[in-house]
Design a protein around this ligand. Structure first.
Ligand code: UDP
Length: 235
């Protein structure tokens, strides 16, 4: 495999499948199978999971809720998703550990970098819940942060579109896809890959990002094998 240690970012919304809210068990199982296809090849896999299928702090704030309170709810939502993903992975026979950025010791290990790396070396999938543990951040920022901390080769952002386009492909038929694009060009062209905080952190640390369609069976394995799938953002 081309990449030995990856950080896979999955949004909470991805777990909804065709639902409007919550977790679709069918989708969860599909993702677990995709992940198994790469752990079987000896790839070390860490995952950061979002919480948007359950709660977003910003949505709470727009309804008058205190933003920090809402963000705490969002972080807890990512732990719920992490537990669901952990279950699905274990059903596939994969050893896993869930580490949380907020202390919730009966439910998940605390985030300890050296311990996370040790788990990866032993072939366990490590799921990072709780985002960065701080309000006003996103799980994209958590994904970049953890990827740097564990020295991942690449961030794989699994989405429902198959890469980065010149314009939103769901709205503009003439939009074309990039196979490769530089960090600088993403910023210059005002393209949306991750929020600015997350994106800049990745750029500063020269950590490539690959955006790809996680819902297409076999794609994750192809990306990890170094095949030309999705869009790669590099220096
Ligand atoms: N969140 C936070 N700090 C973090 C990560 C997440 O406060 O470091 C909260 C925030 O309210 C966010 C919610 O958790 O809206 C869910 O995360 P995100 O929106 O990134 O999930 P995704 O869009 O990937 O499903």
């Amino acid at each position: 495999m081309h990449y030995k240690r990856i950080l896979l970012k999955l949004s909470g919304e991805a777990l909804m499948g065709t639902r409007q809210y919550g977790i679709d068990p069918v989708r969860l199982k599909e993702y677990a199978e995709e992940i198994k296809s790469i752990t079987d090849k000896g790839v070390q896999v860490a995952i950061v999971i979002g919480g948007g299928n359950i709660f977003r702090g910003l949505a709470g704030a727009s309804n008058g809720m205190d933003r920090v309170q809402g963000d705490h709810m969002g972080m807890l939502a990512t732990v719920i998703n992490g537990l669901a993903l952990q279950s699905a992975l274990e059903d596939e026979g994969i050893e896993t550990r869930l580490q949380s950025a907020i202390k919730i010791n009966e439910v998940a290990e605390p985030f300890i970098r050296r311990r996370a790396v040790r788990h990866l070396e032993k072939g366990r999938v490590v799921i990072f819940g709780g985002g960065t543990g701080n309000p006003y951040f996103t799980t994209d920022s958590a994904a970049v942060l953890r990827a740097i901390e564990i020295d991942a080769d690449v961030i794989l952002k699994g989405t429902r579109v198959d890469g980065i386009y010149t314009a939103d492909p769901e709205k503009n038929k003439d939009a074309t896809k990039f196979d490769f694009i530089s960090f600088e060009d993403v910023l210059k062209k005002g393209l949306k890959v991750m929020d600015t905080t997350a994106f800049t952190l990745s750029q500063e640390n020269e950590l490539p990002i690959i955006v790809f369609d996680m819902n297409k069976s076999g794609n994750l394995r192809k990306v990890v094998a170094g095949e030309k799938v999705g869009t790669k953002v590099n220096l």
